[in-house]
Design a protein around this ligand. Structure first.
Ligand SMILES: NC(=O)c1ccc[n+]([C@@H]2O[C@H](COP(=O)([O-])OP(=O)(O)OC[C@H]3O[C@@H](n4cnc5c(N)ncnc54)[C@H](O)[C@@H]3O)[C@@H](O)[C@H]2O)c1
Length: 312
């Protein structure tokens, strides 16, 4: 059974542990904070229960769970592992320090993959002797439900590292996509940031309420985007496809786009937005996250069921 190390046991690390264990890998799940480990395992248990309830596990949850061992010792975590998935906080300095330790401790053949959402791997591996085995494998949230993984090498990442990372992700049931050139935020977060920042400006400028903006995405844009991406969506919004769409709307799109000017987001404004969304008492975010994952599973099941019918 191949050994995998998951480094950082927060939201993403615990979900990765489940992805690899579900695919039959022996997982060591590491966090420097020992208190994070039982929390991570209870997240795994909750997720296993949910997957089991939807009939999405090929074996008993207990046997999957038995393949996950937790540790607060990094050397122990990476012992014998040929694949390491890092999930520490999104800070370049933390990743740099951690990758330097991983490069020393891990088997020289091991791939060191980062879950970073936004930081090109070249920004924290430049001086490492083993930089050729470092790569980004950025998951969607949560990876045990949404399978797309953005794989992004640095200019010095070995071709063999890229190939083995893509193969590993496919082998554990994920859907890897290869980013051709390093860019901050990769593809997923660049698209997400563009929408989120515009949503924030529309709300802050008093053009629409938070609820209105939420509904615009969940009832319309998001419904279509769960079937196809932005290009296909636009190609169906004009009688004769994409060129027709741009002939009709290209100029106005450009005018709107130039009026969408970046500006800082003040913490006071975020607090106000949160109050509008949730009132005085913050909701139970863990429970809301769990409910979201449950509904996402329903969507994934519906999409999978229609996958063979020739539609998007
Ligand atoms: N949350 C998301 O939606 C999401 C999605 C995709 C990728 N990511 C990326 O995954 C990574 C982890 O994000 P998260 O949401 O799981 O954060 P999190 O805060 O839930 O978990 C981070 C964990 O890292 C641990 N940690 C702190 N210092 C560490 C160190 N030096 N070495 C190892 N572990 C350390 C913390 O104790 C904590 O348990 C980030 O790079 C983030 O950008 C997050």
């Amino acid at each position: 059974m191949d050994q995998v190390a998951i480094v950082g046991a927060g939201l993403i690390g615990s979900s990765w542990a489940l992805v690899f264990a579900r695919a039959g890998r022996a997982v060591r799940l590491y966090d420097p904070d020992p208190a994070a480990l039982p929390v991570a395992l209870s997240r795994v248990d909750g997720a296993l229960e949910m997957l089991e309830a939807h009939g999405l596990l090929g074996e008993q949850p207990a046997s999957i769970r038995s393949r996950i061992v937790v540790t607060a010792d990094l050397r122990e975590a990476v012992r014998d592992a040929l694949y390491v998935q890092e999930n520490a906080p999104e800070r370049t300095a933390i990743k740099a320090e951690l990758f330097a330790r991983l490069d020393t401790l891990a088997d020289p053949r091991a791939i060191l993959a980062s879950s970073t959402s936004t930081i090109p791997v070249s920004q924290f591996t430049q001086d490492l002797p083993g930089r050729g085995r470092c790569i980004v494998a950025h998951p969607s949230t949560p990876p045990h439900v949404l399978r797309l993984v953005e794989v992004c090498p640095a200019p010095w990442t070995h071709e063999d590292t890229v190939t083995r990372t893509l193969e590993m992700q496919e082998a554990v049931g994920q859907v890897p996509t290869l980013i051709r050139k390093e860019v901050q935020g990769f593809v997923l977060n660049r698209l997400q940031v563009a929408l989120a920042c515009e949503a924030f400006r529309l709300w802050e400028d008093g053009i629409a309420s938070a609820d209105h903006i939420e509904k615009t995405v969940s009832e319309t844009l998001g419904m279509r985007w769960s079937l196809m991406g932005p290009f296909e969506t636009l190609s169906l919004n004009a009688p004769d496809g994409l060129a027709d769409y741009f002939a009709r709307f290209g100029e106005i799109m450009h005018r709107i786009n130039t009026s969408q000017v970046a500006r800082p987001i003040a913490p006071e404004a975020v607090a106000q937005l949160e109050a509008e969304l949730f009132g005085d008492a913050p909701p139970d975010f863990a429970a809301k996250r769990s409910r979201r994952d449950e509904r996402l599973l329903g969507l994934v099941a519906a999409k999978t069921a229609r996958a063979g019918d020739g539609e998007a």
